[in-house]
Design a protein around this ligand. Structure first.
Ligand code: G4P
Length: 286
């Protein structure tokens, strides 16, 4: 899913399809990557969701800096947005997510009950840009016992509901939206996490952006992982040069940059958040 190319026609179609699905559900689960909760949000998400109850879910929290994730959650809650962090890969936080859905629907169901209407399952959909973990979350939610939709000839491709316990129904296909790749800064963060196609990017330049970020927010990670020695007063280019030598790559800065980014994506460097809340004090000043 990571390599969709978005053109205005695709965006209009994605938006239309998301709106159609939205009409069918009670709650939207807006999924983002916890390492880049802002950069991985669709630019017009609020307009698309409109007044539908929504939960902003920061997935891949196992890869993000827990302190930063906590601050993002506080920030979103202070804006009145229901938000929580999960790790879909390892099925962590799913119970909290369904409990939150129930809380959001409580008033509605109370009203129905007073009218004598039997509660029905809460209908959910997942919405987000590519690579944030939508399919993973659907699979984890549903477990192994549900058959997937078969694309059999002659069978109309309709919306299907997957049961989650007795209280929920989940649309079997997520709403896919486009990322904010128009903005060069967010584009770089999306690229670092692998959400945007690698071939479109200059790896060396991207690695310099990453090194600069680490120097500001996680100044000892590179020193420790690659045993670089003191890097405090060095420029990003000097650090990349050191790293290239350390990796035994001569002067192939491009390949060293690529290796650094792979190490980050494979979680070898530890928990790192790229988007930092504005009030973040960088670690050098602590
Ligand atoms: P999508 O439907 O939103 O496009 O995302 P998908 O579920 O395909 O997940 C994208 C990648 O992210 C997958 O890795 C998936 O395993 C991983 N992922 C999803 N949720 C989590 C999470 O909570 N924690 C971690 N660590 N990883 C998660 P992949 O199969 O290796 O795909 P890719 O790297 O080729 O994109």
């Amino acid at each position: 899913m990571a390599n969709i190319q978005w053109y205005p026609g695709h965006m209009a179609k994605a938006r239309r399809e998301a709106k159609e699905k939205l009409n069918l559900v009670d709650i939207v689960i807006e999924l983002v990557d916890a390492r880049i909760p802002e950069s991985s949000r669709n630019p017009i998400i609020q307009e698309i969701i409109a007044n539908k109850p929504s939960i902003l879910v920061l997935n891949k929290s196992d890869l993000a800096d827990p302190q930063v994730t906590k601050r993002w959650l506080e920030e979103y809650k202070s804006q009145g947005q229901t938000a929580l962090a999960i790790d879909a890969q390892h099925s962590k936080g799913l119970k909290e997510l369904t409990n939150t859905c129930k809380v959001l629907m409580n008033d509605y169901f109370e009203k129905q009950k007073r009218k004598g209407v039997k509660p029905r399952p809460i209908r959910l959909m997942i919405l987000g840009i590519p690579n944030v973990g939508k399919s993973t979350l659907i699979n984890r939610f549903v477990g192994k016992n549900q058959a997937q939709t078969g694309n059999k000839p002659g069978v109309t491709k309709a919306q299907r509901w997957l049961k989650i316990g007795k209280d929920f129904e989940l649309l079997d296909t997520p709403g896919i939206l486009w990322p904010k790749f128009e903005d060069p800064a967010t584009g770089k963060y999306l690229a670092l996490t692998g959400a945007i196609k690698d071939q479109l990017l200059e790896m060396q330049e991207l690695s310099l952006v990453f090194i600069q970020h680490l120097q500001q927010f996680y100044p000892t990670i590179l020193e420790e992982y690659y045993q670089l020695g003191q890097t405090k007063d060095k420029s990003s280019a000097e650090i990349l040069s050191l790293l290239t030598k350390k990796m035994g790559l001569g002067e192939d800065y491009h390949q060293a940059g690529e290796k650094l980014i792979q190490d980050f994506r494979q979680h070898k460097l530890g928990n790192i958040s790229l988007d930092q809340p504005i009030e973040s004090v960088d670690h050098n000043e602590r």
